[in-house]
Write a protein that binds this ligand. Structure first.
Ligand code: SAM
Length: 300
């Protein structure tokens, strides 16, 4: 490696792995340190060589590229680890943003770490950080959900587990699935406030704000570009518990994210009712509320 970046020399003959963030839109967001690293390493491992070739051409970087992508991540990581152990310095990039955040990278990083290879973060753009930085949320802890599952029933199951979280929820989503995800978020979490960021750092950068149902209305005729969705967290469960048994069962499911078994056990104990009676009612109430639910498990 020529003129290494500003880090200490390795103590053995292994190479270093640099995990390099690249722009999510605006090329000016590539850091000086990232450029220096990409220029001086022996190899750049990238998600799509055609994509990274364009970036390198723009910067007059001639470092050899090898592909490293999700479908072959295990195999490619093993090959790259051998090169690192032979002393090659490798930069890992994804198509855009920070590798290993909803992108390939974690397998190589983990193997390299286990093998005692030095790993250096060349920090920079990420759509997650960019969206949060312009959301204007004050001091709220957040939960990053990545891409919600693409299958409706898995998505609802996943979103239900998030319903009680008193944290801001952040998701990546594709334009063709955003409408379905907004609908399921509203179904599972209620019609909360949300912000939909589109094309961050690009010419058509935009922030749409409103309720989940309002945002769904805004995208009903289609939306283009890359999206980050930020959804208000649950308000702390100071809210009154419903006194009607049907509503109480749904409240346990939707607000507390309880399983059927847990909801039945808790309600039966609290109200001193036979579990079999509560279970029978729960079966019909939950089935009526959501016909797409996965099969309901038997009670012990
Ligand atoms: N590793 C990347 C990062 O650090 O942001 C994310 C990679 S993930 C495969 C791509 C998703 O990130 C897109 O589908 C979109 O949800 C989000 N994203 C990436 N660039 C974006 C941008 N410029 N504006 C809004 N969202 C973006």
């Amino acid at each position: 490696m020529k003129n290494r970046p500003d880090i200490n020399s390795a103590t053995d003959h292994s190479g270093r792995l640099y995990v390099v963030a690249t722009p999510i839109g605006h090329l000016g967001d590539l850091s000086l340190r990232a450029i220096e690293t990409l220029t001086t390493v022996d190899i750049i491992a990238c998600e799509d060589t055609r994509h990274t070739k364009n970036l390198c051409r723009h910067l007059n970087i001639t470092t050899p590229l090898v592909s490293y992508y999700r479908e072959k991540e295990q195999e490619k990581a093993a090959q790259l680890l051998t090169l690192l152990q032979e002393g090659k310095h490798i930069a890992l990039v994804s198509d855009a943003g920070t590798p290993a955040i909803s992108d390939p990278g974690a397998v190589l990083v983990s193997k390299a770490r286990q093998a005692g290879i030095e790993i250096v973060a060349i920090a920079g753009p990420s759509a997650l950080a960019a969206a949060l930085s312009v959301a204007g949320l004050s001091q709220t802890p957040f939960f990053f959900g990545g891409f919600p599952p693409s299958n409706k029933s898995d998505r609802r199951k996943f979103l239900r587990t998030l319903a009680p979280f008193p944290f801001t929820l952040v998701f990546y989503e594709s334009p063709h699935r955003i409408s379905a995800s907004l609908a399921d978020l509203e179904f599972c979490l209620g019609d909360r406030s949300a912000q939909l960021f589109r094309e961050l750092t690009k010419i058509h950068e935009e922030c749409m704000e409103g309720s989940l149902s309002g945002l769904r209305d805004r995208v009903k005729n289609g939306v283009k570009g890359e999206l980050v969705l930020i959804v208000q967290g649950a308000t702390p469960i100071a809210a009154e518990q419903p006194d009607n048994l049907d509503e109480l069962l749904l409240w346990h499911r939707d607000q507390l994210g309880s399983s059927l078994k847990d909801a039945v056990a808790s309600i039966a104990a609290d109200l001193d009712l036979p579990r079999s009676q509560v279970y029978k009612l729960a079966l019909s109430v939950w089935r009526d509320a959501d016909s797409t639910d996965s099969p309901i498990p038997p009670i012990d």
